[in-house]
Design a protein around this ligand. Structure first.
Ligand SMILES: [Zn+2]
Length: 72
């Protein structure tokens, strides 16, 4: 163990699958939650390959808010 994994692994708030934000594409926010690639696309997000960023954010309607105690 040369580093803390919890810093990079975030569970997708939609399907619950762990997302490695360092290696996998997913929609992650500074609010402490993330959507995996497939869930983000399902929610209408579009990824700009040229700019390497999300050009259209996913529709987050209905997603659970982040509990204050879950934020480090
Ligand atoms: Zn997901």
């Amino acid at each position: 163990m040369h580093r803390r994994e919890r810093d990079e692994i975030v569970d997708c708030v939609e399907c619950g699958s762990p997302l490695d934000v360092e290696r996998e594409r997913g929609y992650s926010t500074s609010k402490g939650w993330a959507l995996c690639w497939s869930c983000a696309l399902t929610r209408g997000a579009r990824f700009d390959e040229d700019e390497d960023r999300w050009s259209v954010p996913p529709d987050i309607t209905g997603l659970p808010p982040v509990e204050p105690e879950e934020i480090p």
